[in-house]
Design a protein around this ligand. Structure first.
Ligand code: SF4
Length: 167
């Protein structure tokens, strides 16, 4: 249907979708093996004190309705398949944010028998938020930087190619 529109209308439609996505992104949160420290900080960003929703970000329970996957912790052998399944269920374009040192590099869990590795060893990551755990301000900063990056850009070339990209 969209392809049947004249090019000018397709352009307007694309701009409208980008505007809606940037102003009201829905996010799903997944713990792929974290100690819960990062997860508590993510929840803190949603409280009225830090108020992440003022940027339009809404935490969503279903991957089928989510634009952004916020992932914490290293990826364990047990959670790898679930993480991939969640990612595959998300509609395009989709974006991945890795939160915390463990998600970025394996952190404190590096080399453990049950660890596959960092999140970008399993999925293309669009934004990295370092820290152990990162403060709510850092998480908000990372998400806002990702949203600014999305304005006019559907997906970073590196992420589209399946390679990690830093925001
Ligand atoms: S980065 Fe720190 S707080 Fe986050 S999962 Fe790793 S050890 Fe826990």
């Amino acid at each position: 249907m969209e392809n049947q529109l004249p090019p000018a209308w397709q352009n307007v439609l694309t701009q409208l979708k980008t505007w809606a996505r940037v102003n009201s992104p829905w996010a799903i949160h997944y713990n792929s093996g974290s100690c819960n420290g990062c997860d508590i900080e993510i929840l803190a960003t949603l409280t009225p004190r830090y108020d992440l929703e003022r940027f339009g970000v809404k935490l969503q329970g279903s991957p089928r309705h989510s634009d952004i996957l916020i992932c914490t912790g290293p990826v364990t052998r047990q959670s790898r398949e679930r993480l991939l399944r969640i990612y595959e269920q998300m509609p395009e374009p989709k974006f991945v944010v890795a939160v915390g040192s463990c998600g970025l590099s394996g952190g404190a869990f590096q080399g453990c028998y049950n660890i596959v590795g960092s999140i970008d060893e399993v999925l293309p990551v669009d934004a990295y938020i370092p820290g152990c755990p990162p403060r709510p301000e850092a998480i908000i900063h990372g998400l806002v930087a990702l949203l600014q990056n999305l304005q006019g850009v559907k997906k970073s070339p590196q992420a589209a190619a399946g390679q990690p990209a830093k925001v």
